[in-house]
Write a new protein. Structure first.
Length: 53
């Protein structure tokens, strides 16, 4: 339960910081983070498939 509270507090802090940035910059940063997460997921999946062989 404490982990959930901490996660929500951090989410509030991050969203509060994003509100202060201009919208195009926020969208560009969100796209960059999304691409990074996508690349990470693809690399992890490929590595897991190699290990299972």
């Amino acid at each position: 339960m404490i982990v959930l509270v901490v996660a929500l507090l951090l989410l509030g802090v991050v969203l509060g910081a994003v509100v202060q940035l201009p919208l195009p910059l926020s969208l560009a940063l969100a796209a960059a983070i999304g691409c990074w997460l996508l690349i990470f997921a693809v690399r992890e999946r490929a590595c897991a498939q190699r290990r299972s062989r």
